[in-house]
Ligand binder design. Structure first.
Ligand SMILES: Cc1ncc(C[n+]2csc(CCOP(=O)(O)OP(=O)(O)O)c2C)c(N)n1
Length: 329
């Protein structure tokens, strides 16, 4: 087992992600949150274990199912909930919503809505780090669906050719929207695609936070030693639909139940209690703290101001050209 501090920190973060996202689902039902909302529930061990193995200044670019990654990286939950509520206090000033969480100060360069399109950004960040002789690596996080996309193949190839410090992390939750993995991929062990580029590939149990941490630590060592990129595959599962509008006709209730038995939060707690790392009461306390933080984020978002109408055209170009004030017609 790992040391107590780390074990509890992982639990605290996984519980916070879960509680935060339950509040997101509520906010969506009350129409406080609009647009797309893709929940991460079930996959928490991947974000917490993998991001926990990085340095704080390693760069992260991720896909639209980004809440768990942002919380694991330590973004402020008030600013995240406010972003979902479209408020001026949001991490992207209320402009981005669920799919575009970002915080440059945390080297968290964003959720991206286009499947596979953000992988080249990670390659660029890694290239900049290598060129400047810095020790920073980049992690690109994406779903299994992205591995059939040109951006994936081009990025792996270029990163391999230049031996760039990138970790490509696939969150294989078995579905790409409503399409099962076996229907859109020629192989089911996606990490094996690393062989096409002559780089190291490895799969781990994505329902186990310790496995996620240890596999990523190995990848980090490999990459930082100058051996080029690594392709990691987390075998995981999302417990909720693809997004909030998903009747889930493509999978059975039995299958979902099977995976819920592997819930990364309850299983980690059971393992820790059994190993004598912490008591059930200590876990209850962490649960209560996660609840409080999630509730406070909702209050903060609710009470925050809407963006000013006069700022409507702000942040469209990095350096605004011409008129930036909104002129009602
Ligand atoms: C380039 C592009 N094509 C199609 C879509 C529509 N789309 C949104 S999510 C998604 C499925 C992606 O699945 P996966 O990469 O496995 O990630 P998951 O949702 O399972 O986390 C698709 C096809 C898109 N956003 N971008």
């Amino acid at each position: 087992m790992v040391d107590k501090q780390l074990a509890l920190e992982w639990y605290r973060k996984m519980a916070l992600i879960r509680r935060f996202e339950e509040k997101c689902a509520e906010g969506y039902a009350y129409a406080k949150i609009g647009g797309f909302l893709h929940l991460y529930i079930g996959q928490e061990a991947v974000a917490v274990g993998a991001i926990g193995a990085l340095n704080d200044d390693d760069d992260i670019v991720t896909h639209y199912r980004d809440h768990g990654h942002a919380i694991a990286r330590g973004l402020d939950t008030n600013a995240l909930m406010a972003e979902l509520y479209g408020k001026a206090t949001g991490c992207s000033k209320g402009r981005g919503g669920s799919m575009h969480f970002a915080d440059a100060s945390k080297h968290f360069w964003g959720g991206y809505a286009l499947v596979g399109a953000h992988l080249p950004l990670a390659v660029g960040l890694a290239m900049a780090s290598q060129y400047k002789g810095e020790n920073r690596l980049a992690m690109a996080i994406f779903g299994d669906g992205s591995t059939n996309n040109g951006g994936f193949h081009e990025s792996l190839n270029m990163a391999a050719v230049f031996k760039l410090p990138v970790i490509f992390l696939i969150e294989n939750n078995l579905y790409s929207m409503g399409v099962a993995l076996h229907r859109d991929s020629s192989i089911s062990d996606l990490y094996k695609r690393a062989a096409s580029y002559g780089i190291h590939g490895e799969a781990f149990d994505g329902m186990d936070v310790q496995a996620a941490y240890e596999a990523t630590k190995r990848a980090v060592e490999h990459v930082r030693a100058g051996n080029g990129p690594v392709l990691l595959e987390a075998k995981t599962y999302r417990f909720r639909g693809h997004s909030m509008a998903d009747p889930e006709m493509y999978r059975s209730k039995e299958e979902v139940e099977f995976w819920k038995q592997k819930d990364p939060i309850t299983t980690w707690k059971a393992r820790c209690v059994e190993a004598g790392i912490a008591t059930a009461a200590e876990f209850d306390e962490m649960e209560a703290a996660a609840n409080r933080e999630a509730e406070e984020s909702v209050k903060f978002a609710d009470e925050s101001p809407e963006p000013e109408l006069s700022t409507l055209c702000d942040y469209i170009y990095a350096n605004p050209i011409g008129q930036t004030e909104y002129q009602p017609v």
